[in-house]
Design a protein. Sequence first.
Length: 123
Amino acid sequence: MWLQLLVSTSFLFLLLVFLVWFYIRHQSKVPYYRLTQDQCVTLLQKAIQGVLPEYEWHAFLGMTMRDDEALDELREQCLEIDEDGVKGTQTINGQACMSFNKKGISQLELLLDEWQHKTNYLV
């Protein structure tokens, strides 16, 4: 009986060690959304030109950027534009693209001007 208890306890301990090791090893491989300043500038340019695919816009708005507060603040500003600056979508080359009203375009242009000229936005 004591032998069975010892074997069971040892097995559970080894299982726990394995699960912790597996979690630590694969935790960093979980996909997450990471953008650079250049990619954000390109996204804003496409939005202003009316050729930004709808899925890119919603992916940008829907994912919190935990590793970069400045880019997350840009995302939050774009969320505000999305609330009252979007006309809808238009089909370009068989793809649904975002369409913004005049107010939305002017706000996007201000953001684009700000982000194009940032040299070191992390400071």
